[in-house]
Ligand binder design. Structure first.
Ligand code: MRU
Length: 329
């Protein structure tokens, strides 16, 4: 492959490297993700994460595997294993379906990487146009350079608005249970010098009530044909709160996150993760031994709570989405 580099993924022509996001912000450790077995494990334990990035990473892994001489049977098995590594983010299935029968996996993986960078630019262009000077913006989970090959989805919009000189202030939900907001979004916002405040998920309602948030921007792991969408658990609660307080709420996604085969949110498979992630974090445990815990990694927000969906190719109101705009996009 031609060497490439993004915030969380890089290729030196021979080896594919993944920034271990579980160690951020304390340490920046790059791990070898060239072998499919290793990449499946990295995706499952969220060392590499974010819907678009896992698709790009899995494609680059397959290309490297092919480059190293994998046979057709091994290649097909690796493609299937990577495709099944996480169930909700449809970008992974989308990328693996593209890689499945190609004659030149290296060129295809390169194209997927470059396309994701361009899609981020499209979302940023359309999204930043909506942002007004002086807005407080709430976001959930991590949707930036760590979650894509480019500048991000929701965080890419925020970054572009900041670069345009708009005086915005970001409120970042810490995002229980794995703290992608507290660890990763906070890390990215600091690096970019964007004014921001970290809050626990339970504080967002107060900020909305007090008029300190004028807009909510979140990412998505899968958008159904009617505009319902899945995103990191907690997004649905934020959407309910935003609606109650009359604050515009926008999912931001590339077309590779749209799944027209899902008619609505009820058809989106939701990943359930190890309950240990709810009983503690890292080496710390706060729940009593054996305490039952529930850990859905995503929730579904109905299109009725969406103001508009910001796609790479334009902005779609909830009304347009409900009238089938995605089927014609
Ligand atoms: O479990 P994660 O950390 O992969 O979840 C990520 C999200 O929920 C993001 O909001 C989503 O992937 C879209 S943004 C690129």
């Amino acid at each position: 492959m031609n060497p490439f580099e993004s915030l969380g993924l890089k290729h030196d022509g021979r080896t594919l490297w993944v920034l271990d996001q579980t160690q951020l912000p304390d340490a920046e450790v790059w791990l070898d993700g060239s072998e499919p077995e290793a990449m499946v494990a990295l995706i499952k334990r969220l060392a590499v994460r974010g819907a678009p990035l896992i698709g790009v990473a899995a494609a680059a892994c397959l290309a490297t595997f092919a480059q190293r001489g994998a046979g057709a049977v091994e290649y097909a098995a690796a493609c299937a294993a990577l495709r099944a590594a996480r169930p909700t983010a449809v970008n992974l299935m989308w990328a693996m379906d593209r890689m499945k029968n190609v004659t030149d996996p290296v060129a295809e993986a390169q194209a997927i990487f470059e396309e994701d960078v361009r899609l981020c630019e499209g979302m940023a262009l359309h999204g930043a146009a909506l942002i007004q000077d002086g807005e407080g913006i709430l976001t959930h989970c991590n949707t930036g350079g760590l979650a894509t090959a480019g500048i991000g989805t929701a965080l890419g919009v925020i970054r572009r608005a900041h670069e345009q000189g708009k005086r915005i202030h970001v409120y970042a939900d810490e995002t229980r249970p794995l703290l992608q907001g507290g660890r990763l979004t906070a890390w990215e916002l600091k690096r970019l010098g964007i004014p921001a405040t970290l809050i626990t998920d339970s504080m967002a309602a107060l900020l909305l009530r007090d008029g300190r948030i004028q807009r909510v921007l979140v990412g998505s792991d899968r958008v159904a044909a009617n505009g319902d969408f899945a995103n990191k658990v907690g997004t649905y609660g934020v959407a309910v709160q935003a609606r109650f307080h009359g604050v515009p709420f926008h999912p931001v996604a590339p077309f590779s996150t749209v799944d027209l085969a899902c008619p609505d949110g009820a058809a989106i498979p939701i990943e359930e993760r190890n309950p240990e992630e709810v009983r503690g974090f890292g080496t710390i445990r706060w729940a009593p031994d054996g305490m039952p815990a529930w850990n859905p990694s995503f929730d579904v927000t109905p299109v009725d709570l969406v103001t508009s969906l910001i796609l790479d190719r334009g902005v779609y109101t909830a009304q347009a989405l409900k009238a089938g705009a995605l089927l014609r996009a």
